[in-house]
Design a protein around this ligand. Structure first.
Ligand code: 5CA
Length: 450
């Protein structure tokens, strides 16, 4: 992509309405535009990162055997009356009427819709286990939308629903989601710690939230510092194996880690004092097991092995997809701008031409651009007739993890400069070496085809 042909409306001024760094940088880097409180347009750069995050989620869900589909954003109130949640959900639910005076609503979550599809099409226990999910826009009329995409009214969520014959099977689905989410967040360059939480309006007893530690987080969290030493890494796991998923669950959830809603001072006191931590965190996901709450209310049964109708055991599992952009930036930035982790960066490498119009420099940049594209990587080539300082400032703000600087002086010696956004370190390499090095880095980050 050539920057001169792209749509990247960078702001010079720091927008005064933005209170936290991720919101400021998302506005300044031309990623989003606010349309009304808690409702945003996703400009190309923001949309691109949203898609990268979504792709990681789809790939990891596929590994866990979960099946994607898509539900409507508008639902009739009838389903919610059946489950008993219509009156109780309160003012967070955006309600409206269609031309026939029917009560409709904009989906704040989709337990009812998925249960309805399930009961219409699944009749036998032989079709279980089943986990369906979607990535879809949700609306919650939050009383205090704030911090940009972090607490929106319209927001993008991955929501998954498991249907199982027994409680035991449903708990395996719960564990499988926990393991799958650990992998998902790590691929985005995040450490998200599973913490025992409160189930709120979704219901049920078993629930964990995933929290990214950050001073600007909305939740107060209490944990044993040993939890921050844990990483899932590249280990292979058989998601069908109850024992393997159970072992990971125990490894990641046995130490004390709770949000303020479930915090227990007496239990916390049993953690050695030097390991006790109180901090703030951003909730980027939550998993629930709620048994037969919805299946009983909505008559979602299957024929069991004994021939009798049996209500299915369910859970639901959410990832705050649009919130993740904010969380990633909170966790990875400096005073110049965003520092994207390789797994979600909108473009893999920036190419800065120090002397646009110089025949040799232009040719070298174009050759680099073509090499990357041929290899399946996405370069962003700053081909504007601008001063070098301005080009560097834009690159630093938008946060591509790698930058190649090309200028007539280097080219005389046959070299370009490869710079890491994270460390600021540069090295002089031939263009071929620079391409090879960038390719090697991304090969580790599951870029398709490398
Ligand atoms: N049905 C369940 C699981 S699919 C559910 O709705 N869970 S939730 O309420 O916890 O939402 C899932 C995730 O969406 C949260 O962990 C959070 O990361 C994100 N989320 C919730 N509300 C907002 C909001 N107002 N703005 C941005 N993201 C949000």
């Amino acid at each position: 992509m050539r920057l001169s042909r792209y749509f990247l409306p960078v702001l010079k001024e720091t927008p005064s309405e933005a209170q936290i760094v991720s919101h400021r940088y998302m506005l300044r880097a031309g990623m989003i535009k606010q349309q009304s409180a808690g409702i945003y347009s996703w400009l190309p750069m923001g949309f691109k990162v949203l898609r990268k995050i979504e792709n990681i989620i789809h790939e990891e869900q596929a590994k866990a055997g979960h099946i994607p589909m898509q539900m409507p954003t508008l639902q009739t109130a009838d389903l919610w009356r059946e489950s008993g949640r219509y009156d109780g959900y309160g003012e967070e639910m955006l309600r409206m009427k269609d031309r026939h005076d029917r009560d409709m609503l904009f989906s704040p979550t989709a337990e009812e819709l998925f249960t309805d599809v399930f009961r219409a099409h699944v009749a036998s226990y032989k079709d279980l286990p089943l986990t369906l999910y979607q990535i879809q826009w949700k609306f919650r009329d939050e009383i205090r939308p704030r911090f940009g995409v972090m607490r929106g009214r319209e927001f993008y969520m991955k929501d998954g629903y498991n249907f199982d014959l027994t409680k035991e099977d449903a708990l395996h689905a719960y564990n499988r989601h926990l393991v799958s989410y650990l992998r998902t967040y790590e691929r985005m360059g995040l450490q998200a710690i599973p913490m025992r939480a409160d189930s709120g309006p979704i219901g049920g007893d078993d629930t964990h939230e995933f929290l990214v530690l950050a001073d600007t987080g909305e939740s107060e969290v209490f944990y044993d510092s040993e939890v921050t030493d844990l990483t899932f890494g590249d280990r292979e796991i058989d998601f069908d194996s109850v024992e393997q998923c159970q072992a990971v669950l125990e490894e990641f959830t046995s130490r004390y880690a709770r949000t303020d809603e479930t915090h227990d001072e007496a239990l916390f006191d049993q953690v050695p004092e030097e390991r006790r931590r109180v901090a703030r965190g951003i909730e980027v996901g939550q998993i629930f097991y709620f048994g037969t709450k919805y299946s009983e209310a909505m008559n979602a049964t299957v024929q069991g092995p004994d021939g009798k109708p049996t209500p299915v055991h369910m859970g639901s599992h959410g990832i705050g997809v649009s919130r993740l952009l904010g969380a990633i930036i909170e966790a990875s930035h400096d005073d110049k701008g965003i520092i994207w982790p390789e797994g979600v960066t909108p473009f893999h490498v920036g190419i800065v031409n120090l002397k646009q119009g110089d025949e040799e420099a232009d040719a070298a940049c174009e050759a680099l651009e073509k090499s990357f594209e041929a290899l399946g990587l996405e370069p962003l080539y700053d081909d504007r007739k601008e001063r070098a300082g301005g080009k560097f400032a834009t690159m630093d703000l938008i946060g591509l993890p790698w930058r190649i600087t090309v200028g007539p002086r280097g080219l005389k010696n046959g070299v370009v400069e490869l710079t890491s956004r994270r460390t600021g370190e540069s090295e002089e390499l031939t263009p071929e070496q620079a391409v090879a090095k960038v390719v090697e880095i991304y090969a580790k980050h599951h870029v398709r085809g490398l």
